[in-house]
Design a protein. Structure first.
Lengths: 290, 357, 262
């Protein structure tokens, strides 16, 4: 045992394991929790003539909810995000269902990976590439004009629809993943039991499959909502400046006016919206091993 | 006088309000094969864990090789533990596993090679060095765990129910091999088990533990034939327990008033005390005999018979009995017994054990 | 016949896949455009835009920056996540629930908000906008995932293995490096690859926390703002190709690692 000299013999065993979690914890506290706390504090301060003043008032909040275009950005964001989530679910569910139950097992994983591949392109690039499709000189207008169906190119880009389109493209892939993962977990013995007891195919779906797949939908929908409502790029690239969403408004405050207090107010409001959404969906998020 | 190598003094371990080990004092001599025996939850594994250094006693001290090691980390104790699930490193070969301890001690490559191969040889696994762990059977893994432990030549080897996961035949084989191994390398072995047959087969001394306390301590034969407590009598194999009051006590004998009559057995006790007399099934014999040492058990009627190969296990109820006392007997296989048979029983007074209630 | 019965499903599948791949196909197609605008008509395949892109020093530099930031931040993330998962798995600390909550919290906050918060805080601490700051930001967003992945793979059998290693004389560092980490290799690798991929791809934190040296997504955004030329397509296609390659390679690594384990 003398060969192990040099280390603290009296060191009780669990010391190390006790502090192993500290580095990660401290890091998160410094670079995540503190910034959030500072933002909360700053949201009650104000920017006066280019300087940060600790005025401790709710003035900015009042301004935010009182100013038309700012409040509008919030309602716009919520509308767009809800629409995105709903449409993505509607598109993704059938796809996930087909993959899980209509494709032979050996092809499932392959097609799934193939279907989800574009998810991994650089986010900026992926959003931008829709411009190539829907802009005035894009594919759709080109084909329609050439076929003589329309005379004038359709204005599809730089609209709310374009933003939603860009979002839906991304989140359909995400939701397909989460719903698929849920669906393949459902034990076939449940359907057999239901059919045995006299249920039709439709009833099996409505009463067994659908309810059991809610966690997968809920998880995907929640992630969709959180990411979409906070996303700056897609609305900026595809939505143009006709309509402003919260992330764009925040960026304006930061880059143009360097008004961090106001930007903080909007950020915190955004986070509160997310918390509310979480509270509503929380009970559906638990994916029990069925 | 052999040296004491491990000593526990008034060791207590409590988890909140639960006391797992209650004021235990124990001395293990160098070179002996000691078995900590007890039912699940008795605290035997906790005691082993404290000797090994993985658990720190709440009170008391642990001395190993003369040095106080109560708070010392496992690495600095002259002990090595063989875990119940062997805890072999799955990403290393057998050789790498066995030589791990030597590597930590920065032993030279040549010496490491030689000692590792020697360890593998001793456990009967020469040539297995290159195999990966998942290719081995349960028995082989167990040997690798042993080889890994003895490679560093510890003074004390701690074994936590190492044979629990093995099939019966292999387990019996390994029991013999463990004793052989211990004689071979001369280390002190402390072995935990709940199997009293295993304990009797391998131990030099048995420490019987129940609910955190030591019930009995001694060589297997003594603990079996003359258990110190009621628990010991019941745990070490089957016992017939006859309880009663002490009627009189003189010249080294005690007369106890039991359900089957007055029995005179060796012992000293105060009059009126509540006691139990323990007699093993194989110590009850059919028939009658006379002699200074004979106790007449009386007439019994057989209520159950089970053939067990080497004997017939019978339950018999005393014909004069008022209480629900039933006795367990072991009769030779060639003796034809059936339910309903009536017979007389006798026992040897010196084999009966007097126990406090 | 099976095919006919499933026909509607197959049709939907094809339509869905077409929708998903439409922009990607157009992107790649027009990166080979022999003309100035990335729009129809498509005139012959030409590599001019790829040449232009590769000649764009700033772009190539940003590519390097992205790779460096991705790899370095992922190493830090995996390391911190591994330690934290180990600490949690081996001995539940007193406020286990609370610690887990704090460690996982960044997942629920939008990247934009995290970026802003860090912008303000780093300003106060005195860390300038730089790739280093971007790296810090990436660690923040990837740490919860790493922690979750690695923690979920800590089996019960590791307790005795940990003890056995220490019993035989291994120190904390030796136990972690020579025994625990090799056993956890699959999840460590998966965490690293996931972090690297997410970091490589990430825009808003990189945008807000960098100054002159930027990462690739930021450069592409800049190029977009300057005007639509097929050069962006070329860059985009290249990013897509590299992402595919990285994912493919990572998937193979992880697959092999997980297959070797049990």
């Amino acid at each position: 045992m003398s060969d192990l000299k040099g280390r603290n013999k009296k060191l009780k065993y669990f010391e190390f394991t006790r502090w192993a979690t500290q580095p990660a914890l401290i890091f998160t506290l410094i670079f995540f929790v503190t910034p959030l706390a500072i933002m909360v504090v700053i949201s009650f301060w104000q920017r006066v003539y280019g300087k940060l003043v600790a005025s401790w008032s709710g003035a900015n909040y009042i301004k935010f909810f009182g100013t038309d275009y700012l409040l509008e950005s919030l309602t716009n964001s919520i509308e767009v995000t809800l629409a995105t989530t709903a449409i993505s679910i509607l598109l993704a569910y059938p796809l996930a269902y087909i993959l899980a139950y209509r494709i032979s097992p050996k092809w499932q994983k392959v097609i799934l990976i193939f279907a989800v591949l574009p998810f991994w392109t650089a986010y900026v690039v992926r959003s931008y590439s829709w411009l190539l499709v829907i802009s005035e000189n894009g594919i759709i207008n080109f084909v329609l004009t050439h076929l003589g169906i329309i005379d004038q190119p359709l204005q599809m880009a730089y609209t709310r629809g374009a933003t939603i389109l860009g979002f839906v493209h991304f989140f359909t892939m995400l939701l397909t993943l989460t719903i698929y993962a849920n669906l393949v977990q459902i034990k076939p013995s449940y359907w057999k039991a239901a059919e045995d007891l006299g249920a039709s195919k439709l009833q099996v779906f409505l009463r067994i499959t659908l309810p059991l797949s809610i966690p997968g939908v809920a998880v995907g929908a929640f992630i969709t909502f959180v990411i979409a409502i906070g996303d700056y790029i897609t609305p900026q690239i595809l939505g143009g400046s006709t309509e402003v969403l919260v992330p764009q408004a925040i960026m304006l405050q930061v880059s143009r006016a360097a008004n961090f207090p106001m930007a903080s107010v909007m950020s915190i409001t955004l986070m509160l919206v997310i918390v509310v959404v979480y509270a509503i969906t929380a009970k559906h998020l638990k994916m029990n091993r069925v | 006088m052999t040296k004491t190598i491990v000593e526990l003094q008034n060791v207590t371990k409590s988890y909140g309000t639960v006391v797992a080990v209650d004021n235990v004092s124990l001395a293990v001599s160098e070179g002996e094969f000691v078995v900590l025996l007890g039912p699940s939850g008795s605290g035997k594994t906790t005691i082993l864990s404290m000797i090994g250094g993985f658990t720190v006693p709440t009170e008391g001290s642990i001395t190993i090789n003369g040095e106080d090691m109560t708070g010392t980390a496992p690495a600095f104790r002259p002990t090595v533990t063989v875990f119940q699930d062997y805890a072999l490193f799955p990403h290393m070969t057998v050789f790498e596993n066995v030589s791990f301890g030597l590597q930590m001690r920065k032993t030279g490559k040549a010496e490491r090679q030689q000692r590792t191969e020697k360890s593998l040889d001793v456990v009967g696994l020469s040539g297995f060095g290159d195999r990966s762990v998942d290719q081995l059977s349960g028995g082989q893994r167990q040997r690798v765990a042993l080889a890994r432990a003895i490679a560093v030549e510890p003074a004390v080897l701690l074994l936590d129910e190492p044979l629990g996961a093995l099939d019966l035949k292999i387990r019996q084989q390994m029991q013999g091999e463990l004793v052989h191994l211990q004689n071979n390398i001369g280390a002190t072995f402390v072995h935990v088990t709940h199997d009293q047959e295993e304990a009797m087969a391998i131990a030099d001394n048995i420490v019987l533990i129940n609910e955190g306390k030591i019930e009995d301590y001694g060589p297997p034969a003594r603990v079996y034939l003359k258990p110190a407590t009621l628990f010991a009598a019941r745990f070490m194999g089957e016992s017939n327990i006859l309880s009663g009051d002490v009627e009189s006590s003189e010249s080294g004998f005690v007369v106890v008033n039991t359900a089957i009559g007055k029995l005179k057995v060796p012992g000293i006790c105060e009059i009126g005390a509540k006691v139990s007399i323990a007699v093993r099934p194989e110590q009850l014999h059919p028939g009658t005999q006379t002699g200074e040492e004979i106790i007449d058990i009386g007439e019994v009627q057989v209520s159950e018979v089970t053939f067990q190969g080497t004997h017939r296990l019978c339950r018999a109820v005393p014909t004069t009995n008022q209480s629900d006392l039933s006795l367990l007997l072991r009769l030779p296989p060639e003796q034809r017994v059936k339910v309903g048979d009536v017979m007389s029983l006798y026992a040897n007074r010196t084999q009966a054990v007097l126990l406090e209630k | 016949m099976r095919l006919l019965r499933n026909l509607p499903s197959y049709v939907y599948l094809v339509l869905a896949l077409s929708f998903i791949y439409l922009p990607v196909v157009v992107l790649v197609l027009f990166s080979f455009q022999d003309g100035v605008l990335p729009v129809f008509p498509f005139t012959g395949p030409s590599l001019q835009w790829y040449e232009k892109m590769l000649a764009n020093e700033r772009l190539v530099e940003s590519l390097m920056n992205s790779v460096v930031v991705a790899i370095l931040s992922s190493i830090v993330t995996t390391f911190l996540g591994f330690l934290a998962a180990y600490g949690m798995a081996r001995r539940k600390p007193r406020f286990a629930g609370g610690i887990r909550f704090v460690l996982m919290a960044p997942l629920t906050v939008s990247y934009l908000i995290i970026a802003m918060g860090m912008l303000i805080t780093l300003n106060l601490i005195g860390i300038p906008k730089s790739l280093f700051a971007v790296g810090l930001g990436h660690v923040v967003i990837n740490l919860p995932l790493c922690f979750a992945i690695i923690y979920s793979q800590f089996g019960d059998h590791l307790r005795n293995i940990d003890w056995a290693a220490r019993d035989l004389g291994a120190s904390d560092a030796q136990t972690l490096l020579r025994v625990i980490a090799p056993i956890m290799k699959p999840s460590l690798l998966a965490s690293f690859c996931l972090s690297a991929t997410l970091s490589w791809d990430e825009f808003i934190i990189a945008f807000l926390l960098s100054r002159f040296d930027v990462t690739l997504p930021v450069i592409i955004f800049e190029m977009l703002r300057a005007g639509l030329t097929p050069e962006v397509n070329a860059a985009g296609t290249m990013v897509f190709a590299i992402s595919m390659l990285t994912i493919g390679v990572s998937a193979i690594f992880v697959f092999i690692a997980f297959r070797g384990k049990k």
